[in-house]
Design a protein around this ligand. Structure first.
Ligand code: ZN
Length: 124
């Protein structure tokens, strides 16, 4: 049994993305619980990003940051792409359907491609 690694799956999904660096910088205005890992995340071809980076806020439910916008821009040949977004999750488990406050976490996603020559589309 040899199932592909995630890096291989990622490479198959984005065949034009052979050289990239993607950094996720978390933006956490206001109160941050102690011990939360909000260090920047850096992803490279050997360690590709998930399509949605989980929200680091431990109280967040249903949150995360969609990477597909930046990834598809880079895959189309852009040398750099940046997105800033708010987490779509909610904090806490109290409150009813609309009672929980929104997650305060945000993220700036910055992706660049190196020498993965855009403009040479058919390499297969
Ligand atoms: Zn969140």
């Amino acid at each position: 049994m040899s199932s592909p690694t995630y890096a291989e799956t990622f490479a198959a999904s984005f065949p034009t993305l052979t050289d990239f660096r993607i950094m996720v910088r978390f933006l956490a205005p206001g109160f941050m619980p102690p011990g939360v890992d909000t260090d920047d995340r850096v992803y490279r071809p050997g360690n590709p990003p998930p399509l949605a980076v989980p929200c680091p806020n431990p109280r967040c439910r249903g949150g995360g940051f969609d990477m597909t916008g930046v990834l598809s821009e880079l895959a189309r040949g852009q040398r750099a792409a940046t997105r800033t977004m708010r987490c779509g999750g909610q904090e806490g488990r109290t409150g009813g359907r609309h009672g929980a406050p929104p997650c305060y976490m945000g993220a700036e996603i910055h992706g660049t491609t190196g020498n993965g020559a855009p403009g040479s589309p058919s390499a297969d």
